[in-house]
Write a protein that binds this ligand. Structure first.
Ligand SMILES: CC(C)(COP(=O)(O)OP(=O)(O)OC[C@H]1O[C@@H](n2cnc3c(N)ncnc32)[C@H](O)[C@@H]1OP(=O)(O)O)[C@@H](O)C(=O)NCCC(=O)NCCS
Length: 147
């Protein structure tokens, strides 16, 4: 069978055809996969900022969300604000705000795994650029089972 392949813009996706496809491939219950796909298609990166009372920017962290949590990126604390718990607080907050209704995880790559180990992240392996891949499993809601 000959067929063509290509990336498609999410904004112009043929949702009316994709829904029956997903319904046929992922019968519900346990969950409506089409609704999850639709919701995920509107996701953008998330950003958390730490600021001093006077408004001075102290630090930031970002998350690229996915259906099971997301990938942590761009953790940065201003040099003058380091060593006071800002970085740790940003990661804790990101994890707390990211926990999905069901099972989930946050991944990252880093050159300072020692910083993330006490925060619960486990080593997954080494990338070719020398950075370390890590992930933490998020707290699960007991009533929801993974597929
Ligand atoms: C790494 C960084 C985010 C840490 O921010 P911070 O606000 O100084 O960190 P915290 O004060 O919250 O430190 C929390 C703990 O991590 C430790 N820690 C801090 N920086 C660390 C580092 N570079 N390596 C290992 N451990 C570190 C602290 O000693 C502290 O330990 P404790 O809880 O036992 O006291 C900050 O130094 C930074 O922005 N660095 C440059 C950018 C960078 O490397 N980002 C990470 C990319 S993945």
């Amino acid at each position: 069978m000959a067929f063509a392949l290509g990336e498609h813009s999410l904004e112009a996706a043929p949702w009316q055809q994709l829904q029956p496809l997903l319904d046929a491939c992922f019968p519900r219950p346990p969950r409506n996969v089409f609704e999850r796909v639709l919701a995920a298609s509107h996701r953008r990166q998330r950003l958390w900022i730490a600021a001093a009372q006077g408004g001075e920017l102290l630090g930031m962290v970002m998350l690229c969300p996915h259906s099971k949590g997301g990938h942590l990126d761009n953790l940065a604390v201003a040099p003058q604000a380091r060593g006071q718990g800002v970085g740790k607080a940003l990661v804790h907050r990101l994890i707390a705000d990211t926990s999905p209704a069901g099972p989930g995880m946050v991944s990252l790559t880093t050159r300072i795994p020692e910083f993330f180990e006490p925060l619960g992240f486990q080593h997954c392996g080494q990338l070719a650029d020398g950075s370390t891949a890590m992930m933490v499993l998020l707290p699960q809601t007991p009533s929801i089972t993974a597929r």
